[in-house]
Design a protein. Structure first.
Length: 111
């Protein structure tokens, strides 16, 4: 009876140690590196990156200040390629916001 008890205690202790080692290994792994919020200004261009954690997608936003346009690119890691997601005319957005606020475009609002 003592041998059966010792064997059970030994098996349970070994299992507990293996689970503890596994937990330590999983918890000590470094988290993936994300480049969210990094911005680069190069001449008339602004480049910034962002991502969606829910679907693990990374985006590159390129703003051309001269043409007042923004193009969004998505990195597809499964296919190893970059896709164009959308292009936006920023001047149209400025005009729409100015019309909604009752302010002429390209003028700052003063209190």
């Amino acid at each position: 009876m003592t041998d059966g008890r010792n064997l059970t205690i030994g098996v349970l202790s070994t299992t507990a140690v293996m689970l503890l080692v596994g937990l330590v290994i999983v918890q000590s792994r470094p988290s993936p590196v994300r480049a969210d919020g990094m911005t680069l200004v190069a001449g008339e261009y602004v480049l910034t990156v962002g991502g969606l954690n829910q679907v693990d997608e990374d985006f590159l936003y390129v703003i051309d200040n001269t043409a007042s346009k923004m193009i969004t690119y998505r990195f597809d890691g499964f296919r190893d390629r970059i896709d164009v997601v959308d292009g936006i005319d920023l001047e149209e957005i400025r005009k729409a916001e100015a019309a909604q606020a009752g302010t002429p475009p390209n003028r700052s609002r003063r209190p």
